[in-house]
Design a protein around this ligand. Structure first.
Ligand SMILES: Nc1ncnc2c1ncn2[C@@H]1O[C@H](COP(=O)(O)OP(=O)(O)OP(=O)(O)O)[C@@H](O)[C@H]1O
Ligand SMILES: [Mg+2]
Length: 375
């Protein structure tokens, strides 16, 4: 009785870490970190909890969680197995489900902003205002004449499907972020020395790849390309009639037994070639859309599929640019309680999770628009 009364009187500290949950088509990634140093001079983060598990088969479809119970159960199991504390979560919405548009509106006072933007947004977003979660960020103010605003809209049913999975795991869905925005935040925090450059940041997942063009620490353009590690699984299963589990082993670099090695190699190389060519084409397209006169100086790559042998190298060959593997845990330290080998195995796929985990309530510095849920 007293316990519950006491807890209802105690406000949660703003420094209590969120649990970051990235529900991908292939894997569920969970992360919790605490800042080291004080509020004003944060030097890095320390790892509080981490866990990765396969997403239940068919549970994420069309950018929504279609089996919230199964996903919720998998999340709860991960949290319990890794002894991760807390309830409030930040979670990722897949970029392909998000509508973004930069618009110019007449200058207005802050008190009128929300009303005006909501009114203007109705002209741009392909759904009714009531059907979406809408957020915005002022990108540039042109004196007292006009302002550029980034609109961000996601259909309610998409956000609700992710929130439902978290609720099934007895968690509180507090803040939703677009995966590409979280990724850009991770990069900004992890690679401050690259801030002055123009770079492409890739996150190669299972179904799609996030591509951001960053310059001077700002996102010039973010898009997604429908290629990822699942193409290998599909191609191997089709060409050799193997099971997805067998294909996964080959993707991780194991030598296949019982299959024609030359067909495996040919299928593998063809897929690598296709993905690299498609990314090269789209990076060029996105760079054009970014409308910068500066060239891309390097490509930074993360995502689970970036570990597929030869893929990152082939992207380097196709684009003729230096491709560097991103280390999302670059500014995160961990103690001996954590399994170093396991962390090294999963961190490549945790770029989005790191960007989500470093969010705090009351974050003022927001490079992009955020989609608030209960936050
Ligand atoms: N160690 C590894 N070696 C090779 N491939 C790997 C490895 N780990 C994961 N992958 C591949 O990476 C992909 C999953 O990456 P990731 O977890 O980033 O995707 P996801 O977030 O689940 O997918 P999406 O965001 O596209 O829905 C899968 O295709 C998987 O086979
Ligand atoms: Mg992903």
């Amino acid at each position: 009785m007293f316990d519950s009364l006491l807890s209802s009187f105690l406000k949660k500290s703003d420094d209590e870490p969120f649990i970051a949950v990235d529900i991908g088509t292939s894997a569920i990634k969970i992360l919790s970190v605490m800042p080291t140093g004080d509020r004003f001079a944060r030097q890095g983060y320390k790892l509080v909890g981490v866990g990765v598990a396969p997403t239940p088969a068919g549970a994420v479809n069309n950018n929504a969680v279609v089996k919230p119970e199964a996903v919720g159960k998998a999340i709860r199991t991960l949290i319990d197995a890794n002894d991760i504390k807390g309830e409030r979560t930040t979670f990722a919405v897949p970029a392909p489900a998000v509508f973004t548009k930069r618009i110019t509106i007449g200058y207005c006072e802050p008190k009128d902003l929300e009303k005006n933007i909501t009114f203007e947004a109705g002209n741009y977003i392909p759904h009714t205002i009531e059907a979406v979660h809408l957020d915005y960020q002022i990108v540039k103010v042109h004196g007292t004449s006009s302002m550029d605003v980034l609109l961000v809209a996601v259909k309610n049913e998409i956000i609700d499907s992710y929130a439902a999975a978290l609720q099934q795991a007895d968690l509180i869905p507090a803040i939703a972020d677009v995966d590409s925005f979280a990724l850009e935040n991770m990069f900004e925090i992890s690679y401050p020395e690259e801030r002055a450059k123009t770079v492409a940041l890739l996150n190669i997942g299972s179904r799609y790849t996030n591509v951001s063009i960053l310059q001077d620490g700002q996102s010039l353009f973010a898009g997604d390309v429908g290629v990822g590690g699942r193409l290998y699984t599909d191609a191997l299963c089709e060409a050799l009639h193997m099971t997805p589990a067998e294909a996964e082993k080959i993707k991780a670099g194991e030598t296949p037994s019982g299959y024609d090695e030359s067909v495996v190699a040919e299928t593998f190389d063809r897929t690598t070639e296709h993905i690299a060519a498609e990314l090269q084409r789209q990076i060029g397209f996105f760079w054009n859309a970014a409308a910068t006169d500066r060239s891309i100086e390097g490509i930074y790559v993360c995502g689970g599929a970036a570990q597929i042998p030869g893929l990152v190298e082939e992207i380097g060959v196709k684009t003729g640019m230096i491709c560097v593997a991103v280390e999302p845990f670059r500014w995160i330290e961990w103690n001996s309680q954590f399994d170093e080998d396991l962390i090294k195995e999963v961190m490549c796929s945790m770029g989005v999770s790191v960007g989500l985990a470093i969010r705090r309530f009351g974050d003022k510095k927001q490079a992009q628009a955020r989609i608030g849920v209960n936050g």
